[in-house]
Design a protein around this ligand. Structure first.
Ligand code: HDE
Length: 690
C-alpha cells in the first residue's frame, strides 16, 4: 500500500488502463476511422470489398472475442482489495512476509464462483462456492484457492474428472444446467462413499449463501508453514466473514435464479460501490509436525476437517475488498489462480487431492488463456520483480534485452542470479515408499465426520438437509440410485436415512448400518454464528397513495443510520402521495422486483395505502412470501391489516414486529433486531402458499 492509500497492484494497473473520454476512434493500427457504420462497397447496393481493412479488423476481432470458460468455476465475480496481518505472531512459524508484517497491506484480487454452472448460469444454485484469493506479495504471488466448504467430494485428484463429469449437465442433452439434482451425480455419489461428508455440506444451507460477503472460506487441504530455519508446522486456512455466515432458503434461491440470476454478483458489486467493503478474518489452525498422527483421521485426507473445538482457529489478519474491477473480462475472467503459486514460508503436503491440483491449475490456463505467457496478463502479473530465462511464446508482452537467455551464463554477467536470501526452498520432508497405486488405510473412514456434521446441526438445519436430499433424489429417475444413497446415509445417521427415504419412495432401512457416535462440533452450525447485524441488509417498505409519510421517513432514517439499505416499493414507479399530501419517492415498482430480493419488509400505516396494498396481489404475495422465507416482517398501526390479508396474522410470531402509531422508535429497534437475526426458522409456514 502506497502513501496515497492505493495498493501496489492498483498502481501497477495504471500502466494498462485505457480511458475513452475525448478520444477519437481508430483501428488497432491507430488509424483514425471516418465511418464505422457502413462497409466499403462497390456501389451503393454492391458487394463489400476485400480491401475494407476496417471491416475485416472489426469482424475478425469480434469473431475471436471468446475464450474457453473455466472447466469448473466458470461463473464468478471478483474484486480488488488488500490483506493486512494483525501482528507478527506467525513469524515463529513462517517466513511469509505478508502473514507476519503488521501494517503491510498486501494487494489482493478475490474471485468467488459457483462450480458446476456455465459462465452465464444463475448465482443462487445449490452448489459449492469458490473463494480464491491472489495475494500480490512482495515475495511473489501467493494464491489461496479455496471453497466455502472445508471438505471435498473426493480424496484423490485422479477422480476429479469423474466427479466433474457426473455433476455437470448430462452429456447426451446437456441437462440440467448448474444443478446437482440429476442421475449421474447421485449415481457417482452412491458408488463413492468418500463423497458422503461433502454431500452433507452440499445438502445443507451452506450451499445457498445469502451473499459472498456472508460465507466462510477454507483452504480445505492441510498445507505447511515453514519458518526461517526450515522447520514446518501443518496449517489449515480459514476465512470468517465479518457479517456472519448466512444463507438463503431453497425455495427463495430457485425464484431468485429467475428474478435476478446475478443476485450474488450484484450484491458484491453494490456493496463495494456503496462503500460497505466486505471483510473477512483470516484464521489458521496449526498442528505441530510431531502431532501429525494424533487425530482419528488423516490430515492428508481432504474429506476431513479438524474440528475447531480440537484445534482452535487463530485469527491472523483481515481481508478487505474495496474496489470493483474496471473490466470484467480483463480482470475477473483472465485471472489465473494456481494452487502451486506459493511464497517462501508456505509449502504443500502430500494430500493426493492437493498434489493433483498442483498439476491441473497451470495446465488449464494454457488452453484457457492461450499459451505460456498468461502470467504477463496485467491481472496476473506479480508486483514482485520477474526476471528469468523464459522466452517467446504466444503473446509475449515484454522485451527481454541482452544476449543471454540461459543459465549459467557469463555473457549476461551470470544474471539473473539464482539463490540468495529470500529464495524459495522446499521443505525437506523425508519421503520413502514403494511405487503403488493404492489408497491409504488411514483414508478409509467415510462416515464419522458426516455424522459429526449432522449431529452439530440445529433442528431447522436438519430439516433443510432432509428436504434437500428429498428434492435432489426426487429428481433422480433410477430407483437403485436412490436406494444406494439411502444406504450411504444409513451409515451417517439412521433417522436421516429414514426421513429421506420416506420422502423419495424408498423402503426405509430397518436399522442403522453404523451406530451414531453422538459427537458434535458446535462451530459447524450456522445457528451458532454470533455475527448479527442489520448493516447492508436490504429492506423493502411497501407504500401506496395515502401512506403515513412520517412513518416511512422515520423507519427509513433509523434503519439507514444502522447501515441498512431501504427501498420504497409501490405499484408504480415515481412517487406516491402521503396522507398529508407529501410526495414519497418510490425506489422501484413492485412489478420489477420481488420479496426474494430483500431481507425484510415493512408495511407502514396510512389506511388508504394499506387498503390499496391489500387489494394488490403483488403486495400481498410480497408479504406472505417474505414470511414464508423466515424474514423479518414489520407493520406499523394500520399496516397490520396487510399482514392479516397475507395470512401472516397478528398474533406473536418470531420475527414479526407490529408497532403502534406514535411508537415508531420502539418499532424500529425491535424490527432491526429481527432483521439482524437474519431468519426466523421457528415459524410454522406450511399453510402459506408462496
Ligand atoms: Fe479446483 N480447479 N480443482 N478445486 N478450483 C479449477 O482451474 C481442480 C478443488 C477451486 O476463481 C480449475 O483456473 C482439480 C478443491 C476454485 O478462477 C481447474 C481438483 C478446491 C477454482 C481445477 C480441484 C478447488 C477452481 C478450473 C481436484 C477448494 C476457481 C479453472 C484435484 C480447495 C478459481 C481454473 C477461479 C478452478 C482443478 C479441486 C477450488 C481445472 C484437478 C479441493 C475456487 O484447474
Amino acid at each position: 500500500m502506497t502513501s496515497d492509500g492505493r495498493t501496489d497492484k492498483d498502481r501497477q494497473l495504471d500502466a494498462v488502463r485505457v480511458d475513452f473520454q475525448e478520444t477519437v476512434l481508430t483501428t488497432d493500427q491507430g488509424i483514425r476511422v471516418d465511418d464505422t457504420d457502413n462497409s466499403l462497397k462497390a456501389g451503393e447496393r454492391g458487394p463489400t470489398l476485400m480491401e475494407d481493412f476496417q471491416f475485416r479488423e472489426k469482424i475478425t476481432h469480434f469473431d475471436h472475442e471468446r475464450i474457453p470458460e473455466r472447466v469448473v468455476h466458470a461463473r464468478g465475480a471478483g474484486a480488488h482489495g488488500y490483506f493486512e496481518a494483525y501482528d507478527d505472531s506467525l513469524a515463529a512459524f513462517t517466513s511469509a512476509a505478508f502473514l507476519t508484517t503488521p501494517g503491510l497491506r498486501t494487494s489482493v484480487f478475490t474471485r468467488f464462483s459457483t462450480v458446476a454452472g456455465s459462465r452465464g448460469s444463475a448465482d443462487t444454485v445449490r452448489d459449492v462456492r469458490g473463494f480464491a484469493v491472489k495475494f500480490y506479495t512482495p515475495q511473489g504471488n501467493f494464491d489461496l484457492v479455496g471453497n466455502n466448504m472445508p471438505v471435498f467430494f473426493i480424496q484423490d485428484g485422479i477422480k476429479f474428472p469423474d466427479f466433474v463429469h457426473a455433476v455437470k449437465p448430462e452429456p447426451q442433452n446437456e441437462i440440467p444446467q448448474a444443478s446437482s439434482a440429476h442421475d449421474t451425480l447421485w449415481d457417482f455419489v452412491q458408488l463413492q462413499p468418500e463423497t458422503t461428508h461433502m454431500m452433507m455440506w452440499l445438502m445443507s444451507d451452506r450451499a445457498l449463501p445469502r451473499s459472498y460477503r456472508m460465507m466462510q472460506g477454507f483452504g480445505v487441504h492441510t498445507f505447511r508453514l515453514v519458518d526461517t530455519e526450515g522447520r514446518a508446522t501443518f496449517v489449515k486456512f480459514h476465512w470468517k466473514p465479518r457479517l456472519g455466515v448466512h444463507s438463503l432458503v431453497w425455495d427463495e434461491t430457485q425464484k431468485i435464479a429467475g428474478k435476478d440470476p446475478d443476485f450474488n454478483r450484484r450484491d458484491l458489486w453494490e456493496a463495494i460501490e456503496n462503500g460497505d467493503f466486505p471483510e473477512w478474518e483470516l484464521g489458521v489452525q496449526l498442528v505441530a509436525e510431531k502431532d501429525e498422527r494424533s487425530f482419528d483421521f488423516d490430515l492428508l485426507d481432504a474429506t476431513k476437517i479438524i474440528p475447531e473445538e480440537q484445534v482452535p482457529v487463530r485469527p491472523v489478519g483481515r481481508l478487505v475488498l474495496d474496489r470493483n474491477p474496471d473490466n470484467f473480462f480483463a480482470e475477473t475472467e483472465q485471472i489465473a489462480f494456481h494452487l502451486g503459486n506459493v511464497v517462501p514460508g508456505i509449502d504443500f503436503t502430500n494430500d493426493p487431492l492437493l498434489q493433483a491440483r498442483l498439476f491441473s491449475y497451470l495446465d488449464t490456463q494454457l488452453i484457457r488463456l492461450g499459451g505460456p505467457n498468461f502470467s504477463q496478463i496485467p491481472i496476473n502479473r506479480p508486483v514482485a520483480e520477474v526476471r528469468n530465462h523464459h522466452r517467446d511464446g504466444y503473446g509475449q508482452m515484454t522485451v527481454p534485452r541482452g544476449q543471454a537467455s540461459y543459465h549459467p551464463n557469463s555473457l549476461g554477467g551470470g544474471c539473473p542470479a539464482v539463490g540468495g536470501e529470500g529464495a524459495y526452498t522446499h521443505y525437506q520432508e523425508r519421503v520413502e515408499g514403494h511405487k503403488i497405486r493404492k489408497r491409504s488405510e488411514s483414508f478409509a473412514d467415510h462416515y464419522s465426520q458426516a455424522t459429526l456434521f449432522w449431529n452439530s446441526m440445529a433442528d431447522w438445519e436438519k430439516e433443510h438437509i432432509v428436504a434437500a436430499f428429498r428434492f435432489e433424489l426426487g429428481k433422480v429417475n433410477h430407483t437403485h440410485v436412490r436406494e444406494g444413497v439411502i444406504r450411504n446415509l444409513n451409515n451417517v445417521d439412521h433417522d436421516l436415512a429414514v426421513l429421506v427415504s420416506e420422502g423419495v419412495g424408498v423402503e426405509p432401512p430397518a436399522e442403522p448400518a453404523t451406530p451414531n457416535h453422538g459427537h458434535g462440533s458446535p462451530a459447524l452450525s450456522q445457528a451458532h454464528d454470533p455475527a448479527r447485524s442489520v448493516a447492508t441488509r436490504k429492506i423493502a417498505i411497501l407504500a401506496a397513495d395515502g401512506v403515513d409519510a412520517a412513518q416511512v421517513e422515520a423507519v427509513r432514517a433509523a434503519l439507514t443510520t444502522m447501515g441498512a439499505v431501504c427501498e420504497v416499493l409501490a405499484a408504480r414507479d415515481g412517487a406516491v402521495q402521503g396522507e398529508g399530501g407529501e410526495q414519497v419517492a418510490v425506489t422501484r415498482a413492485l412489478s420489477t422486483t420481488a420479496s426474494v430480493l430483500y431481507d425484510a419488509v415493512v408495511v407502514p400505516g396510512g389506511e388508504a395505502s394499506v387498503g390499496v396494498l391489500s387489494e394488490d396481489g403483488d403486495a400481498v404475495h410480497f408479504v406472505s412470501e417474505a414470511f414464508k422465507h423466515g424474514k423479518a416482517v414489520g407493520a406499523l398501526d394500520a399496516g397490520a391489516e396487510l399482514l392479516r390479508v397475507a395470512r401472516v396474522g397478528t398474533s406473536p410470531q418470531p420475527g414479526v414486529v407490529i408497532g403502534e402509531r406514535g411508537a415508531t422508535e420502539d418499532f424500529t429497534s425491535a424490527f432491526a433486531a429481527a432483521v439482524a437475526a437474519h431468519r426466523h426458522p421457528a415459524r410454522d409456514t406450511r399453510r402459506i402458499p408462496a
